[in-house]
Design a protein around this ligand. Sequence first.
Ligand code: FAD
Length: 501
Amino acid sequence: SSGDHVPVLVVGTGYGGAVTALRLTQAGIPVAMVEMGQSWSTPGSDGKIFCNMLKPDGRAYWLRTETDQPVSYFLGAPYNKSIPSYTGVLDSEHFANTRVYQGRGVGGGSLVNGGMAVVPKRWYFEEILPQVDADAMYNVYYPRANAGLGANSVDPAWYNSASCYQYARVGSSQAGDAGFNTVFVPNVYSFPYMQRELAGSAPRSALASEVIYGNNYGKQSLDKTYLAAAAATGRLSISPLHKVTAVSPAAVGSGYSVTMEQLDTGGNVVAVKTVTADKVFFGAGSVGTSKLLVTMRDTGLLPDLPAAVGQGWGNNGNVMVGRANYLWAPTGGLQACMPVRGIDNWADPTYPCFAEISPFPAGTELWISLYLAITKNPNRATFTYNPGTGGVDLSWQASWTQPSITAAANVFDRINKAEGTIYRTDLFGVYKTWGDDFVYHPLGGCVLGKATDLYGRLPGYPGLYVTDGSLIPGSTGVNPFVTITALAERNIENVIANDFG
Ligand code: FAD
């Protein structure tokens, strides 16, 4: 409530925030979390908490009157449809030249993502974060993160025969035909549960076209793992539908004054509250944390924040593409929405690329192979406060995705050549091959060692910390959430040892 004083306030309930909350509560420190999205614990009128990708409704999107699908076209026609405006689970946040998809709700991105739990190659981690001790990351914090997240691996024998992974087997063998290596990737979705879905002994979720608008069963999202463990300490409180809008040094005494808006499910502000906190951890995600801190610096509430706050944002080289297969290479009408295979061409010295073989969960056979490619794109954008709009702009340029397209084309041109196939040009626009105007993996904006010290402390403001994907300098070489989690584990251990006593 307004006027409260708390020892620790965490902004956002995604990976960075959830790790921070668990380790602090386990250390005996009460934690108050503030989350702009809903708690996603109450079923709708259809008995389900989340809707699926085939019949999106208001639950799908954060305050939009029309869906904004990543694959937004089909056979030359726009594929989006009207929905009621509601505080739904997936936000497609529009900047001038890109759209950034993010989860909204208790659990953040874990509610909407593909669950792929991938550890980057150690040599690449050492390249992106050379100041971080890689021995400690690979021996201690990555294993700790994977354990906390519930990462598990598909049984290869089951995978080989499961109809729902036909698309992944086709994608793997075609990559092999072109000389590329494919690998299994772990996932946080429970594979024993998925086996029961396919056997018909459990309600379907991954096999019911559920993923980017949430999974009703099987997904070990943060609300079931880190946040549940933190709640079990009895020291955690979470305020959903509360959006932090300002943080500044408290007028009286030490600590920080935190202002937040309480929202209703229509997105209307129903109350404005101010609390004080001794320490504030920013876990609002790469975009959320960067926007908040840039605004605080440039409106004079935290004027001493460094110039590096807002800089170094990248899209993990994301680009999507689809290929058209021949009738004799069907990909399956029933597809498991959790990817388990990746094409690993990261060792290519010129065009590193790690491409997940993605489902195309249309519920019917379409002979489409879809991929989300992760590439090494050197372009980095900056967030700037815009006094005219009161919002924050992102300097990303449309042409900056070209290095990603070139690297991905190096892989998929060769696969097309080996198979005698062509790209689908009807999925991301009319005659548009590459899905390059949106991002699943926003990273950076408050880069470790530049905008913060080497453990996420914001310089000049004792008691303010960054703990999420904004710490990572724009690229991880693989899907990012295990790295975000492991880095948060590393940082909070140091902060508990040194800053609480
Ligand atoms: P987030 O998880 O984004 O959490 C931030 C939280 O803060 C959100 O809940 C947000 O609502 C809240 N918030 C923001 N601003 C405020 C505010 N002002 N006040 C209060 N609360 C606020 N990664 C993988 O590793 N594997 C995958 O398979 C994968 N698939 C993906 C698929 C999709 C469709 C998407 C969108 C992402 C995917 N990702 C995947 C990316 C992954 O989900 C993100 O990298 C990760 O969630 C980022 O973690 P975070 O802690 O930085 O922030």
